[in-house]
Design a protein around this ligand. Sequence first.
Ligand SMILES: Cc1cc2nc3c(=O)[nH]c(=O)nc-3n(C[C@H](O)[C@H](O)[C@H](O)COP(=O)(O)OP(=O)(O)OC[C@H]3O[C@@H](n4cnc5c(N)ncnc54)[C@H](O)[C@@H]3O)c2cc1C
Length: 391
Amino acid sequence: MKTDVLIIGAGAAGLMCAITAGQRGRRVLVLDHANKPGKKILMSGGGRCNFTNLGVTPANYLSANPHFAKSALARYAPADFVALVEKHRIAYHEKELGQLFCDDSSKQIVRMLLDECAAAGVRIETGCAVERVRHREGGFSVATGRGELHAGALVVASGGLSIPSMGATGFGYELARQFGHEVRPTRAGLVPLTLSGKHQERYADLAGVALPAEARSGRQSFRSGLLFTHRGVSGPAILQISSYWQPGEELRLDLLPDRDAAAWLPAQRTARPAAELKTVLADLLPKRLAQRLCELDFGNRPMRQYREPELSTIGARLHDWPLVASGTEGYRTAEVTLGGVDTDGLSSSTMQSKLVPGLYFIGEVVDVTGWLGGYNFQWAWASGHAAGEVV
Ligand SMILES: Cc1cc2nc3c(=O)[nH]c(=O)nc-3n(C[C@H](O)[C@H](O)[C@H](O)COP(=O)(O)OP(=O)(O)OC[C@H]3O[C@@H](n4cnc5c(N)ncnc54)[C@H](O)[C@@H]3O)c2cc1C
């Protein structure tokens, strides 16, 4: 069987690329080994798909080349995807910080993409595994479970390694290497962090405790929710910082990001001299955490017994609490995969390989990873669109 464009992966990037190329009159076939398209879209955003972010900038992405994403992101903006969502009359809302979610269900986004594919004449084959790819004169021959296919252009949109149970494989990386591309080391991103040994024992019984906090690693910081879990820490602030944190590095937490604790504590001592420190701290922190901090570090005496320098040390500590993480929960729960196909080998305007004409890499398989909050889908749409315009 022959087609103009063969896309491997019916996820966010592959479907957007298929729509764009199909609308240009190209014959497009999308293959996926999973039993249905868009599985990650379905599970995204807690079932409501955080499909873009109004504040997208290249600075919201991690890549060995921070300039690579600029061109594609500039040419397919959040407003372009919002226009598509509105055309399909899908109700949506802004949750916070520019994050757009469906009011009802992620299923609507998948339905929209499939309807657009159908209108553009795109064929989608699910449950179809790709066994081998060869480059030949004028295109590619692809051996699949359903026979041999020939295509003028091949687009690899097979995603990263996160959530293997949803069909994630390292296929795209292997294909990239087969064609001489460098693949930058991969690791789990947007993922809960684990604690071990005495560090875990200190917090394990706080599982379920949540608070607003700022998580810092190196020069990067994120202010959002923090959640203690049985195995470590999670919540948006931790997921975000996990993409920047490297094993062995220390994390610092600001547990009172909206207060000046060094000023607040002396004021509390004046106002409530007989109150114990843990009771005072519990005004601003979850009670169990306030108690644990006192046990671990601050002691717990009536406020009048704390001298000024001691209170200022405690205040500073509340804004700079050290946390020693041992690792991450890994690909099993990670939202994304950091690293991937090295952008040096790709054109930033078309996503085409600089080594093999007609070969393209788009979406998460590329070494471009977004923050939490709709940035990863926007990269999938934008890179898929960039390739779809030329493929
Ligand atoms: C739980 C969860 C929630 C998320 N929520 C959000 C969110 O709300 N907002 C956001 O922006 N991002 C979110 N993300 C990240 C986002 O889902 C991904 O960044 C995005 O789906 C990447 O798109 P993609 O098309 O590159 O890859 P994918 O969507 O992963 O698609 C790749 C496709 O390729 C197929 N495939 C893989 N290997 C093969 C093979 N060998 N042969 C054939 N097919 C193959 C897979 O089955 C899959 O369908 C979330 C991720 C997870 C795991």
